[in-house]
Design a protein around this ligand. Sequence first.
Ligand code: G1P
Length: 296
Amino acid sequence: MAELTKIVIPVAGLGTRVLPASKVIPKEMLTVVDKPVIQYVIEEAVAAGFSEIILVTHPSKKSIEKHFERQAELEATLEAKGKIAQLESVCDILPADVTIATVFQDEPLGLGHAVLCAAPLVGNDDFAVSLPDVLIFHPDGDHALDLRNIVTAFKQNQAAQIMVEAVPDEQVSNYGIVDCGGTEFHPGESHDVLSMVEKPALGSAPSNQSIIGRYVLPARTMTLLKHTRPGAGGEIQLTDAINALIAELPVQANSMQGRTYDCGSKLGYLIANIKYGLEHPEIGAGLAAWLRQQAF
Ligand code: G1P
């Protein structure tokens, strides 16, 4: 099996759930404490072993790529002023052997279409997909543990891996949902998927195990995406292509061990800032003290 090095990150979306903040600033560039959301997601991918980042983006969202480019003038100024910590924070975002390539999605035709836009860069390789609205947090600080775990499971089990977590009933219709035939889920384990459905009504949902936005997929998925017709919401859905894959190859759902923080909604974004703020070495204690003083 070829090395798994490529990860597709779709970032072309409009960010309607966080308007007006995302009118000019891409939602992926909104900061959680002191880093844009996309930096956390790419750092997670790199820590899980991916070295070829493929951003499916939009011409209006150039600032995302720029954030990962070197800025000679800024670096020289920081160096001259002796601001070494700040200098490191802008120079050392990515290891030298990690590349970021971009491809445009000009029309908002759905997540499946966004992933398909990356097909020329993915070629015949197996690949991962990471959706940048969601941050994954582990209490021990290894935030890439779940992604690394599904890479290992993909190789060991020779099965596509879809990361899932249980959601309350009222949230089931917001997500892709997997049917594993009533299997009991334990954190870190993978189970065979019988079928999956995008944003089902609660009454017809096969479970409450929701797709959180981390996938490791065989190359064949791209071919199936080419033939995937619009589904839920009139969009070409990645869920539908993977559902078609089940007829040909094993597909498994992996129950995640960390916690998700959804930065694509206003409340989720605020909660993420508080959580990551509390964990931040510079401001965590100050934020905790302030929170304790508030009369909740
Ligand atoms: C997408 C996927 C869905 C998944 C969700 C996770 O939906 O299509 O299966 O559960 O991401 O956030 P979206 O949120 O883009 O509508």
